[in-house]
Design a protein around this ligand. Structure first.
Ligand code: SF4
Length: 689
């Protein structure tokens, strides 16, 4: 029996664990003394590994390469040589016929690791010569990256998960940590026990609201109005830190010109939050000696998400809650390595280490290191994954190489996404399970899973952590970066790596932000937060120390925008709002957690639609009844979960389920900057069956 150090593959909390292995089978997981989790794990950490052993899986594990030689034909098992030859040939033909930008690629925010994401973006840029590489950050915290990079200089959490419990006030906006990051929720509880004031802004009475000092139960789709009202109160009641604002920020006058129209009294009808509650919340927030603003996808999955992120960071700036311990801004990333995928340049606008693709000097640096002519490098921002269906239908994207993502389950408006896929000439899926997207592939490249390879993940607080291989894989599978390297070589760009560390060290040499994060420094249990520019640098627990921001002026930028209504509001035909949410037992597209016996037992049937008791009564629906949920785009069956914790006029569904998939209903109104879809708001109707 042996114990292998790993990092949980599910959420951005980055919990360290030990996989106990006997005869090449995992027999249990134990919490380890990680910086973020201190021996604790949630259900997914404890029970989320048995898909690696179980031979009775719900979804078949991919164990050999397959090709569908003709559209509409069957997937045929082939050798690796044939799979690589055929894929390289088809991609080369499409590149020659339609140009590099006709090919889209993705990295993965799941169990594959930073090294693979680095290699994937290198493949896109050096071999295909396109910046068309993206990841699921686009549909979750893309707005946090775009908003914070502009206002503060970095798109990530400014402090550490372990620091949350020391803050004396937590403003938690659109973030249900109990379901999405249970170990972060534990820090929130500890903060409460340490005397922190908790302010929760959420339309539902979520778990955290039960321990909050104040729960501001705002109407769905009104985030910007409430954030502006917060800013109004801070200035109107002279609660803001005038000296800090003068010294460390810019844009105050323009900020006031916008928020002065958003007094809590004037927007009460819109937000649904009594003005006195808004004023009291800001009095509490401003009076705290230290405060942290945390948010989740209740902020980012809207058509006006980037503006709200900028507005939230402005609240921290107005009150001087940046640049020192126990304060900051915390967009808590969803999947376990979505921060890492962004760090590694799986973004259409940035190379690894957040270096802009539009900067000729940066392109020259990477071209030299990769041994290609800089003139071959794409000098324009590439395509985002949410733009692919539209561009495919317009004939501008012809091929899609998808690694460890399942857009046919997780993207908004699945009818549109399916039409986009139907218009593509060639789809390659590299994954571990026969997902919905894999079912639509022309080529399947089976990869090793978390547990079957090692590497480095970045958790939500910028902390790099190593994880190790625990068992030998079964089946004819290869490591993700090995597959990409074979493809690159077959397309005329020789690429060969011996191991993860070789890739990591190549990446470090090109990224000043990460240069000091060596394998040795991370060691077994280390958690090194970037920036870490030198070999003897310990990492950076708090960004912007002494309030020196990474913006062009060195100052934090205050920002407000008028509120914009969501794209599709309820009407007579579709009178309720649908909002997509998380559930505690499953993660993302559920391909991994859905194949774990204990987690499957926890939630074992198509998802629920959460509805308020009075709304249900009016519709003649009882708790656990099967119901139809329909929007202008589709209709799905679900089971009613009647609860007084749900606000009236809205219903909530989790998006992990293949039957009752709520993304059949959602719509793809994109934020104009981040191109993130508005999956938190569309109009639906509910009918008893
Ligand atoms: Fe920790 Fe998140 Fe894994 Fe739960 S799912 S054990 S909170 S990393």
């Amino acid at each position: 029996m042996k114990k292998i150090t790993s990092v949980c593959p599910y959420c951005g909390a980055g919990c360290k664990l030990k996989l106990v292995v006997e005869n090449n089978k995992i027999i249990r997981a134990e919490g380890a003394e990680g910086v973020t989790n201190q021996n604790q794990l949630c259900l997914k950490g404890f029970y989320g590994w048995d898909f690696l052993n179980d031979t009775r899986l719900l979804t078949p594990r991919l164990t050999r390469p397959m090709i569908r030689y003709e559209k509409g034909g069957k997937l045929t098992p082939v050798s690796w040589d044939e799979a690589i030859r055929y894929t390289a040939k088809r991609l080369s033909e499409i590149k020659a016929a339609f140009g590099p930008r006709a090919i889209m690629t993705t990295g993965s925010s799941r169990g594959t690791g930073n090294e693979t994401n680095y290699v994937m973006q290198k493949f896109a840029r050096a071999v295909l010569n396109t910046n068309n590489v993206d990841c699921c950050a686009r549909v979750c915290h893309g707005p946090s990256v775009a908003g914070l990079q502009e206002t503060l200089g970095n798109g990530a959490m400014s402090n550490a998960i372990s620091d949350i419990e020391h803050s004396k006030c937590l403003l938690i906006f659109g973030y249900n940590c109990a379901d999405s990051h249970p170990i972060v929720a534990r820090r929130v509880i500890k903060a409460r026990q340490n005397g922190a004031k908790i302010i929760v802004c959420d339309p539902r009475r979520i778990e955290t609201a039960r321990i909050a000092d104040q729960h501001l139960q705002l109407n769905n789709g009104c985030n910007m109005a409430l954030v502006n009202a917060f800013g109004y109160v801070l200035i109107d009641e002279h609660l803001y830190d005038r000296e800090y604002v003068l010294k460390h920020t810019e844009g105050f006058d323009a900020y006031w010109q916008t928020v002065k129209d958003f007094s809590p009294e004037s927007v009460e009808h819109l937000t649904g939050v009594p003005a006195q509650q808004v004023r009291q919340a800001m009095r509490t927030f401003a009076a705290a000696p230290s405060a942290t603003v945390m948010w989740g996808m209740g902020v980012t999955q809207f058509g006006q998400a980037v503006d709200v992120v900028r507005g939230l960071s402005s609240l921290a700036l107005l009150t001087g809650n940046l640049g020192r311990p126990h304060v900051g801004v915390g967009p808590v990333r969803g999947q376990n390595n979505v921060q890492g995928a962004c760090d590694m340049g799986v973004l259409p606008n940035q190379f690894p280490g957040y270096q802009d693709v539009t900067d000729p000097a940066v392109r020259e640096k990477f071209a030299r290191a990769w041994g290609i002519d800089a003139a071959l490098m794409d000098d324009k921002v590439g395509t985002r994954i949410t733009e692919v269906p539209h561009l495919a239908l317009e004939g501008k994207v012809k091929a899609y190489y998808i690694m460890g993502e399942d857009p046919l389950q997780t993207e908004a408006d699945l009818g549109l996404v399916r039409s986009g896929f139907d218009a593509l000439d060639f789809v390659v899926v590299q994954d571990i399970f026969m997902t919905k997207t894999a079912e639509a592939a022309d080529v399947i490249l089976p990869a090793t899973s978390w547990g079957e390879h090692g590497g480095v993940f970045t958790c939500a607080d910028r902390g790099f952590q190593r994880f190790e291989k625990a068992i030998e894989p079964t089946g004819d599978v290869k490591r993700d970066w090995e597959i990409i390297s074979l493809l690159a070589t077959a397309m005329g760009y020789p690429m060969k790596y011996e191991n993860n560390q070789q890739i990591w060290d190549e990446m470090r040499e090109l990224c000043p932000l990460f240069y000091g994060v060596t394998y040795e420094k991370m060691g077994d249990m280390g958690h090194i937060q970037w920036p870490c520019p030198d070999l003897d640098h310990p990492g950076t627990p708090y960004l912007y120390l002494h309030s020196k921001f990474d913006t062009p002026s060195g100052k934090g930028k205050l920002f407000a925008a008028p509120w914009r209504a969501p794209a599709e509001v309820p009407d007579e035909d579709f009178p309720m709002v649908l909002c997509t949410v998380r559930e505690v037992g499953h993660y993302s597209c559920r391909s991994m957690t859905g194949n774990c016996a204990a987690l499957q037992a926890l939630a074992d049937e198509p998802g629920n639609v959460q509805i308020n008791g009075l709304d249900a009564e009016k519709l003649g629906i009882r708790h656990r009844d099967l119901v139809w949920v329909s929007s202008r785009r589709g209709k799905v069956i679900s089971r009613a979960d009647v609860s007084d914790r749900i606000n009236r006029g809205a219903v909530y569904m989790t998006y992990q389920w293949w039957i009752g998939a709520c993304n059949e209903l959602t719509q793809d109104n994109l934020d104009p900057i981040s191109k993130t879809p508005e999956t938190k708001y569309c109009a639906v109707k509910i009918e008893p069956i």
